[in-house]
Design a protein around this ligand. Structure first.
Ligand code: FAD
Ligand code: NAP
Length: 550
């Protein structure tokens, strides 16, 4: 396999479509475009397919949506043939799955790896995109599709003295390919988000000591993961088409067996019995215990208090338990975490928790790091510090739209899209799971399939109408953005300083980026817009424009 350290001649080529990203989004998009008979090239900085599952190789990495659901549903052959080893499969198995799909669909022949897209410019005269890469390649294409990922731009905080630390450093989202052996080492872990919560118990089982630096505690539900049973697999595979349809008809793209009544409509004892049952089942479906947990603070408080109680039961040291119990945000308004014995890890003698809310990290030092109150020494530091989510990959790519407008400048006050796939003044540029779509609030496989299908149908429609240029109107975009804010404000989500709000990046505008109206209603809205001739979009560059716009 080629890698970025090897040279190769620069490529100059023209395609109907260039796709950035060879994760699940780019893979499925390529497959669908081939079905239209379009020529497409997928470009990825990675050395292989898989995206998230190529990069996030940290110990304990696994999905938090059950594998039977967190998988492609578009091919009956693929979903019947593939066998998941666990209920929530681990990163190596998900990466194997991505490679299995790539083999099955023969995707790699149209993919270019170890190549980063560094610029993309739209030409108003030809209605084409020119895409430049880190290898000096130059591609022209009628359409540019961003499958560049919502959680692909890994971020290390700008700590003073970052490069002075003499030990090894790792970021969960850019983990080495070779196995990392922590045996006998003193390890510092910065962060307590989903990645850290998965990694900490596994690292703690190996390392001499693990010191966790926590700024904000998170709610986490045990996954109750286990081996896939023949019986459970059959239950899904015998009825896959119907079950996938059922998932698409939900709010989050996950079959969660929601209770359609308020947490406040029953007695505390009845409520706790329901929470106990959900806790025993495990996973994100905990939040489906009642229908008002994300809307009503008092209802949410009951769930939050239940989980805080569980944390205090599990963690033996009362001071540590208190620190681990989240109080800064309503439960579920930051991505709820799913763990395997995370809180239990704090009962190990080699794990300690440091609160960096009260005493922030000041700098990294040659020996470790220093907070405002103490110094710590490590052999290795793990940054589980997250991503420049939803916009980082897009604004870091040198995209210039109509009239040379840089995307980065257009989105300075926060991302603005119409429906998610398009943004005004960036003609013929599509985004899979873009800001303004349900995206990261959902089972991403469901949202990826929805978006790819919509984009593919759109390209087919443009071709059949002889249209060379399509873009969102400002009016439609403004209305959609406003609608997104209104819907978000009916929920408790904006109360949390989350990465959904851009709050994890200093200086990033605080805007709720995904669309919270739900997967099913979003699908219906997108389908309606398409059926009505893509209302809210404008067209150009061909004789049939007037006809299409009617
Ligand atoms: P990605 O998989 O992120 O792929 C994007 C690709 O684009 C990357 O390979 C990247 O290298 C490439 N790229 C970006 N910019 C450039 C550039 N300039 N040039 C070239 N290449 C570029 N979602 C769920 O629904 N359920 C889960 O259980 C779940 N677990 C997750 C666990 C982790 C650790 C993380 C980080 C995310 C998880 N997600 C989960 C979200 C996950 O990102 C999506 O489910 C899904 O994998 C995204 O696929 P994608 O193809 O859209 O993007
Ligand atoms: P994250 O949720 O953004 O967590 C980053 C952590 O680093 C937070 O605890 C954050 O604290 C901390 N942090 C950041 N900067 C810091 C600083 N300067 N000082 C101290 N602490 C700092 O990132 P993530 O854990 O990688 O998860 C991102 C998303 O990926 C998840 O929400 C989820 O969608 C997905 N994911 C899913 C799974 C899964 O279970 N399948 C696993 C991993 C990731 P603050 O909270 O205070 O900012």
């Amino acid at each position: 396999m080629p890698d970025a350290t090897q040279t190769r001649p620069a490529i100059t080529a023209s395609h109907d479509v260039v796709i950035v990203g060879a994760g699940f989004g780019g893979m499925y998009q390529l497959h669908r475009l081939r079905g239209l008979g379009l020529s497409a090239k997928v470009i990825d900085a990675a050395s292989g397919v898989g995206g998230t599952w190529y990069w996030n190789r940290y110990p304990g990495a696994r999905c938090d949506v059950e594998s039977m659901q967190y998988s492609f549903g578009f091919s009956e052959e693929i979903q019947q043939e593939w066998k998941w080893p666990e209920l929530f499969s681990a990163q190596p198995d998900i990466l194997k799955y991505a490679n299995f799909v790539a083999d099955k669909l023969d995707l790699r022949r149209d993919m270019l790896f170890d190549t980063r897209v560094t610029e993309a410019k739209f030409d108003d005269t030809t209605n084409q995109w020119t895409v430049g890469t880190s290898r000096g390649d130059r591609f022209t294409a009628n359409f540019l599709i961003m499958a560049s990922g919502c959680l692909s731009s890994a971020r290390v905080p700008d700590f003073k003295g970052l490069n002075t630390f003499k030990g090894k450093t790792y970021h969960t989202g850019a983990w080495p390919h070779e196995a990392v052996d922590f045996t006998g080492l003193r390890v510092g872990v910065i962060g307590t988000g989903s990645s850290a919560i998965q990694a900490i118990p596994v690292i703690a089982a190996q390392a001499a000591s693990v010191t966790v630096f926590q700024r904000t505690p998170n709610f986490s539900i045990p996954s109750r993961n286990g081996p896939m049973t023949e019986e459970y697999e059959r239950k899904w595979k015998d009825d896959y088409a119907a079950l996938r349809a059922k998932a698409r008809a939900t709010r989050n793209g996950i079959i969660a067996y929601p209770n359609d009544f308020s947490a406040l409509s029953i007695s505390p004892a009845e409520r706790d019995a329901i929470y106990e049952a959900r806790w025993a089942t495990g996973g994100t479906t905990f939040m489906a215990a009642f229908n008002d947990l994300i809307f009503d603070q008092a209802a949410n408080d009951t769930a939050a208090e239940f989980v805080r109680g569980k944390i205090k039961q599990i963690v033996k040291d009362p001071a540590t338990a208190e620190l681990l119990a989240p109080t800064s945000h309503p439960i579920g308004t930051k991505r709820i975490c799913v763990d395997t014995r995370y809180f239990e890890a704090y009962n190990r003698p080699n794990v300690r928790l440091i609160d960096v809310r009260s005493a922030p990290i000041e700098e990294l030092t040659p020996a470790g790091l220093r907070t405002t109150s103490a110094s710590y020494e490590f052999d290795a530091i793990v940054f589980a510090t997250g991503f420049d989510a939803m916009t980082g990959a897009l604004t870091g790519m040198g995209i210039e739209g109509s009239g040379g407008r840089p995307l980065e400048a257009e989105w300075r006050d926060g991302p603005r899209t119409y429906l998610g796939p398009m943004t005004a003044d960036f003609p013929n540029l599509f985004m899979i799971t873009g800001p303004g779509s349900p995206s990261v609030l959902s089972n991403m496989m469901v949202s990826i399939e929805q978006d790819v299908n919509w984009i593919t149908d759109c390209l087919s429609w443009l071709r059949s109408h002889g249209i060379a240029r399509m873009e969102a109107t400002r009016k439609a975009q403004d209305d959609w953005v406003l609608h997104g804010i209104e819907v978000a404000n009916t929920t408790l989500y904006p109360k949390a300083a989350s990465w959904y709000m851009g709050a994890n990046i200093p200086g990033k505008p605080r805007v709720f980026m995904p669309y919270i109206g739900g997967v099913a209603s979003y699908h219906d809205k997108c389908a309606e817009i398409a059926a009505n001739g893509y209302t809210g979009f404008q067209f150009g560059g061909a004789e049939k424009v007037a006809q299409a716009a009617e």
